[in-house]
Design a protein. Sequence first.
Lengths: 102, 234
Amino acid sequence: MGAVAPANAILLAAILFGLGLAGVLIRRNLIFMLMSIEVMLNATGLAFVAGGARWGQADGQVMFLLVLTLAAAEISVGLALILLLQTRRPTLDSDVGNRLKG
Amino acid sequence: MITQIVFWFFAVVLIGSAVMVVSARNPVHSVLFLILAFFNAAGLFLIAGAEFLAMILVIAYVGAVAVLFLFVVMMLDVNFSQLREGLQRYFPVGAAVGLVLFVELALSASAWRIAPNVRDLPHARVPGASSNTEALGELIYTHYVFLFQACGLVLLVAMIGAIVLTLRDRPSAKRQDVAVQHARVPADTLQMMTLGLGESTTGNGGFRRPIGKSAEKPVSRPALVIENSPDREG
């Protein structure tokens, strides 16, 4: 990572991942949970790129491309599910959706 | 030195915007802080030498994902009073789990030693790639081609899934039913007749729909035909 030690970048990624996980657990709204998942995926991509830059290789960047693709797929399907849930339920609170009936 | 300063600046702003994403009350503010976080991550990628991915991050994440979030957030009618109800209740558990995970990751990263001869291992090397984009392209289309194809498949499945989930079949919508169209035969809708010399269509009842067929099959709309059947004349 240039003049930056890769341990700092890994530490930053760990902080971001912990923040995203705490967000998923704390927030009860499905939109906020999806956004926290985005933060977590961003943290993993940062760790991959930092690890790849440690060796001057582009392998980590290829992994980040995969993470980007998965994030896009997850967000499209997740937002479609949220739109469906919004039409059938009065709220997006994830605690309410604990019964497996429509 | 300047790289260090830029790195820490981007890192601090990234962490701050991530905190705001998690803790913002308004989801629109949260999405905007998410966009700020993505921009800062793109800056970090630039420091790491991944210029192509920095541009991809801005285009794909900010241009597609965050805008999609904004669309959905503005489409939904979010009840702001309900948003904060569970926050105090779940804050200790969520913060504790996040902190434990962070400590674990930090410990494992600090205790991580790289073997000194790891550069001798046979891994994907890019010989003589000058730019970052060139190196990435040579890796994607050679060593990781199956992974690349799998990415495309994942996107295809996600696209089909999103379309299937949000497709609403309204009964009032006019749609083309190919099976009904193929099942139509001329005898359902048309009746051939011969007019005598000097007769007009109005003298034979004019243009009218065939009786009986149209009531059974409402989908296939019959055309106007000339009726001249002998049982109708009497």
